[in-house]
Design a protein around this ligand. Structure first.
Ligand SMILES: NC(=O)c1ccc[n+]([C@@H]2O[C@H](COP(=O)([O-])OP(=O)(O)OC[C@H]3O[C@@H](n4cnc5c(N)ncnc54)[C@H](OP(=O)(O)O)[C@@H]3O)[C@@H](O)[C@H]2O)c1
Length: 277
């Protein structure tokens, strides 16, 4: 599996597994754990979760999926903006650690920007790093103006990455956010990389997929993975979907594929507000 280097020198898998909507229904729990374990078995060594997902239920599902193999997983979780005060973020992280059944989170993100000043969140994050509770910290749903503001703060340059909506149908980040992140050695973690499933039915991606013996979903993920510093985190609850996603790592898109994809999903020529779900 491809890896990407973070600014602190740590390596992170270039593909992860999302967990939004996991941990919401007890009857689905066993299948969700199985899906995540299957992904880990197939080499997808990163899991993205959040205290928000399933009101903590997703973190509990993740705990069971990573039990006995914590060291083989790059674990990402997120704090709610209303918990992201200097003291609140520490307490929220402790709760996440308990639910996750681990003593550290590899990457801890501010889920989106709320009303608590970023300085407070950063001071909590830096303390969590010093205490070994988190490996590093980052942000989510911050557009380029917010990133400028963040980078100007004390320790703002320690931000590891920004997790934002990025898919073939939502390419606005290519205009300014992605170049800014590249210039600051921060990967872009791409959420909703399948447009929440809509892209898997696209006929052009389906046709390119057939030429590679692959599915439309695999082409959408392979395209994101082919971009430097871009790390997609698709969510798959079905085992066959997990297998397809793991296989996307090996797909090499041709120059003609890239042209066809650009024609079907053109990048906007001007700035667009960040898409947030
Ligand atoms: N930071 C944020 O604010 C934020 C916001 C949204 C999402 N996220 C993170 O990003 C992750 C991904 O986003 P998402 O879950 O919203 O959407 P997504 O990954 O774009 O799409 C998920 C959907 O795609 C389907 N799928 C997956 N692989 C497939 C395949 N090979 N063939 C056909 N269908 C396939 C899944 O079906 P099955 O489940 O049935 O397999 C599911 O319905 C989330 O789970 C979460 O961890 C973060």
């Amino acid at each position: 599996m491809q890896q990407v280097m973070l600014a602190d020198g740590a390596m992170m898998p270039k593909l992860g597994m999302g967990t939004w909507h996991m941990g919401e229904r007890a009857r689905d729990e066993a299948a969700e754990i199985q899906a995540l374990r299957h992904g880990l078995d197939l080499g997808i060594g990163m899991i993205d979760t959040a205290e928000m997902y399933g009101d903590g239920g997703a973190e509990k599902v993740v705990a069971q999926a990573i039990a006995g193999r914590r060291d083989a997983v790059f674990l990402v979780s997120k704090v709610y903006p209303h918990n992201a005060s200097a003291r609140g973020a520490i307490a929220a992280c402790e709760r996440s650690l308990t639910r996750l059944g681990t003593d550290h989170i590899d990457l801890y993100l501010l889920h989106w920007r709320g009303s608590i000043p970023l300085e407070q969140t950063l001071s909590a994050f830096e303390r969590l790093v010093r205490d070994g509770k988190i490996g590093r910290w980052g942000v989510s749903n911050l557009d380029v103006d917010d990133m400028h503001e963040l980078a100007a703060l004390d320790n703002g340059h320690n931000c590891a990455l920004d997790q934002v909506y990025y898919s073939l149908s939502q390419r606005g980040v290519e205009h300014d956010l992605l170049p800014w992140l590249e210039a600051h050695s921060m990967p872009l973690m791409a959420y909703c990389p399948l447009d929440q499933g809509a892209l898997v039915r696209d006929p052009v991606l389906g046709r390119i997929g057939r030429e590679h013996g692959a599915s439309a979903a695999q082409i959408a993920i392979a395209w994101l993975m082919s971009r430097p510093g871009v790390v997609p985190i698709p969510k798959a609850g079905r085992l066959q979907h997990v297998e397809e996603l793991a296989g996307a790592d090996a797909i090499k898109l041709t120059a003609q594929d890239l042209l066809d994809i650009d024609q079907r999903f053109p990048a906007p020529g001007r700035r667009q507000p960040l898409m947030i779900v």
